[in-house]
Design a protein around this ligand. Structure first.
Ligand SMILES: [Zn+2]
Length: 76
């Protein structure tokens, strides 16, 4: 998946205020964007990369791959 770009981490937090993420593997709602506490799956597991979410913060020049924020599912 192509990374979504944000100017700052603040912009990211405004778009995804819930801080709840969907595990790429088991679909549980979790508060940790990097590791599921139900099945142990990690967000950078390439097997599930089509269900993860990658973003880029321009002012920090960082790229991060996390579980999909729940806001993205609500939008569908
Ligand atoms: Zn899981």
């Amino acid at each position: 998946m192509q990374a979504e770009e944000f100017e700052t981490i603040r912009e990211f937090n405004i778009k995804f205020p819930s801080k709840i993420y969907i595990c790429s593997r088991c679909g549980s709602l979790v508060s940790d964007p990097h590791q599921c506490n139900m099945c142990g799956c990690q967000s950078n597991n390439f097997l599930f990369s089509d269900k993860s979410y990658t973003y880029f913060i321009k002012d920090k020049n960082i790229t991060n791959t996390i579980f999909k924020p729940v806001e993205l599912e609500k939008g569908k």
